[in-house]
Design a protein around this ligand. Structure first.
Ligand code: FAD
Length: 317
């Protein structure tokens, strides 16, 4: 049923771009069961509760304040303020003995990159302010990857930020043809790279279209990162990628503290716990906030079975 899955995925990704559907959906309380599975809440209290529970179970966390594609400067500023508050609260948490249990993840489009005037400069300055506060609080920062039209701008901003914050992380997506080269360029000393498959609908001239090709690319990229001198972050729920990370890290002579697994909140919780229990570092990406629509739609598109649960929850209200 690959063609049906592909069509369903395209329909969901089209709905993800519709402002009208977005406005209607975001009015629904986040407590609705299916959204809640992927987004623990809208408030700081709710995300800190979820984060504290994950830390207590031996996992690490990366918190994302939901929002993307900001088109006005005041919204970008509100995002900066939300991150500064979040980092302040994270800095007060009692944390485990793990070396870097706390991280925040940022989308540059939420920090103003798409603003018509000086967007890139504004996003850089905003991300810099967040990185300063995070460094003071002992919190890592990683910059998320958005659609392929933004990759060059994201990597330009990341390179500038890394001059001041060498441990700033960035995300690369194995579905893009360019990513093997980006991995080779960015796998140097101290470099933190989160490798994921990629969650946006991308055209064939820039991205692999089949699962087999995306997976093969992931494995080639992962080998480059494991053999490099940076810090690989293996962001996948796929059992084949998880097993390959184990083999490739061992072949490269890496100790468990020299790389980590990452998974999304609400996905394969049992596997997250199993990996933590066998001594692997596991970080869970935990999104929160009222603008959950785009994030949630990407989770539906990844696994159309989720759509059935979602529709069932809507009709059983
Ligand atoms: P898949 O082959 O898609 O899935 C493997 C298995 O995982 C599935 O069989 C299923 O059991 C489970 N699974 C996967 N997705 C779901 C789901 N939605 N619901 C239920 N089960 C599921 N993408 C970006 O484009 N930019 C980013 O910045 C980004 N950051 C990420 C950060 C983290 C920590 C993670 C884990 C992912 C991130 N992603 C990002 C998403 C990523 O690109 C993939 O879309 C997503 O992780 C699914 O790919 P997969 O490797 O898990 O493999």
């Amino acid at each position: 049923n690959a063609p049906i899955v592909a069509v369903t995925r395209n329909v969901i990704m089209a709905a993800a771009r519709s402002d009208r559907i977005k406005r209607t959906a975001e009015k629904m309380p986040v407590t609705r069961n299916v959204v809640h599975r992927f987004v623990p809440g809208e408030s700081f209290d709710e995300v800190l509760d979820a984060g504290t529970g994950l830390l207590a179970s031996g996992r690490m966390i990366s918190i994302d304040h939901l929002g993307e594609d900001t088109t006005d400067e005041s919204a970008a500023e509100a995002t900066v303020q939300a991150y500064l508050r979040l980092i302040g609260l994270l800095g007060e948490l009692e944390v485990s003995s793990l070396e870097h249990p706390l991280e925040v993840s940022l989308k540059l489009s939420a920090l103003g990159r798409a603003l018509p005037r000086h967007g890139e400069k504004i996003a850089l300055e905003n991300a810099h302010r967040i990185a300063v506060a995070a460094a003071q609080a002992g919190v890592w920062v990683t910059v998320d990857a958005e659609d392929h039209t933004t990759t060059d701008a994201t990597l330009r901003i990341v390179r500038e930020l890394r001059a001041d914050f060498p441990d700033l992380g960035t995300v690369l997506q194995s579905y893009l043809h360019r990513t093997e080269d980006d991995c080779a360029e960015l796998s140097g000393p101290g470099s933190r790279i989160r490798l994921c498959k990629g969650a946006y609908a991308e055209p064939a001239d820039v991205a692999f279209q089949t699962k087999a090709d995306v997976d093969d690319s992931y494995l080639r990229c992962l080998r480059i990162l494991m053999e490099g001198s940076g810090y690989p972050m293996v962001a996948s729920h796929d059992p084949a990628m998880i097993a390959a990370a184990e083999t490739l890290s061992a072949a490269a002579g890496r100790r468990p503290e020299e790389w980590e697994h990452q998974m999304l909140y609400g996905i394969r919780n049992g596997e997250q716990l199993r990996l933590a229990q066998v001594g692997r570092q596991v970080r869970v990406y935990v999104p929160f906030g009222s603008q959950w629509y785009g994030y949630f739609m990407r989770r539906l598109a990844e696994r159309p079975a989720n759509l059935t649960f979602f529709l069932r929850a809507l009709v059983s209200r």
